[in-house]
Design a protein around this ligand. Structure first.
Ligand code: CA2
Length: 149
């Protein structure tokens, strides 16, 4: 059986749909999970979809992915802009990584313009809302097919 793609979500993404719909849209994280699982099914991919508010737990999941996953799709939330630890874990995973953001981080406060995660990412999708997760899965499917994974 092919290994799943880990879809990892960072701090506060559990609040989606409840607050700040103007910035992040009306989809809840459960809606995004359902969309991602549907798209993955179309692409013949399995996904493991998780969210944590804890930096350490996310790093543990990235380390776990090294042996268990075929690739990582990550929206690291605010840790995107702060976490060298998460970057180190992503680089150590040696897996294809796609970074996703619901909002356009380049159109917001300047501290959101820099991403540590991007240094480990094959590609970045931002500003397209929940659709970005589907697009990222399509891109991941292409990368994995090319690699023969
Ligand atoms: O646009 C994205 O997907 C972000 O990763 C979302 C993060 C933010 O810190 C990044 O700069 C960009 C925030 C996660 C969601 O935070 C919420 C806060 C209040 C209400 C709903 C969501």
């Amino acid at each position: 059986m092919a290994k799943p793609v880990y879809v990892l979500n960072g701090p506060n993404l559990n609040l989606l749909g409840v607050r700040e719909p103007a910035v992040y849209g009306r989809d809840t994280l459960d809606d995004i999970k359902a969309m991602a699982e549907r798209k993955a099914g179309e692409l013949n991919l399995a996904v493991v979809f998780r969210q944590s508010n804890s930096e350490g737990e996310l790093i543990d999941w990235v380390q776990e992915a090294r042996g268990q996953a075929s690739g990582i799709l990550i929206n690291a939330g605010g840790l995107t802009h702060t976490s060298v630890g998460l970057l180190d874990a992503l680089q150590a995973s040696e897996l294809p990584v796609i970074e996703v953001h619901l909002s356009n981080i380049f159109r917001r406060e300047s501290f959101r313009n820099h991403s540590y995660v991007s240094l480990a990412a094959t590609g970045v999708i931002c500003g397209l809302g929940a659709k970005g997760y589907e697009l990222a899965l399509e891109a991941m499917a292409g990368i994995l097919t090319k690699r023969g994974a």
